[in-house]
Structure formats: structure tokens, C-alpha cells
Write a protein that binds this ligand. Structure first.
Ligand SMILES: [Zn+2]
Length: 92
């Protein structure tokens, strides 16, 4: 008796990429004491014709008193800049 079992590997890794998450406007969170920010535009990074991360860079400044700001990347994607400290503080 030889318990030989035929191992049949069924390694089917379903790699399904969906670009649906890009549809939402990207939010960049800025620290409470920060007046400038830098981020990468996700819409650019995950676009069908993606740009190198270097070119997806978005940066700007947010006034100390401002809680929210708006900017756009080089390709024109809208990005919302939000200050993280007060948003959390007011939520508690
Ligand atoms: Zn973009």
C-alpha cells in the first residue's frame, strides 16, 4: 500500500484591478501645525495612462487658520486638503 496522492495545485490568484476608487475626490490630510503639504495625485498614479510619481506630485500651502483647501494636480484632478487636527478635535 502506497498512499500516493496526486497533488493538484489550483493556485488561481484573481488579480482584479478596479479603477473605481479613483472616481472619488482625493483628500490630503495636513497636520494641525503644518502650513504646507505634499502628496501624490492618486488619480494620476492609477490612471490608464499613469504618470511617474514625480509628476503626480502635488504640493502647496494651507494657511494656519484654514481648515480646508482645494488644489489640483498638473492634470487638473481636484484634490481636497484638510487639516487633520481640528477635524478630529471637533469630532470628539
Ligand atoms: Zn492628477
Amino acid at each position: 500500500m502506497s498512499p500516493v496522492r496526486g497533488r493538484s495545485r489550483s493556485a488561481t490568484q484573481g488579480s482584479s484591478r478596479s479603477a473605481e476608487r479613483v472616481a472619488a475626490t482625493q483628500h490630503v490630510w495636513v497636520r494641525d501645525d503644518a502650513t504646507s503639504y505634499a502628496a501624490e495625485c492618486e488619480a494620476c498614479l492609477y490612471a490608464r495612462d499613469p504618470v511617474p510619481p514625480r509628476e503626480a506630485q502635488v504640493h502647496g500651502t494651507l494657511r494656519p487658520r484654514a481648515d480646508v483647501g482645494f488644489t489640483s494636480c498638473r492634470r487638473g484632478h481636484r484634490i481636497v486638503v484638510r487639516r487633520i487636527g481640528r477635524a478630529l478635535a471637533s469630532a470628539v
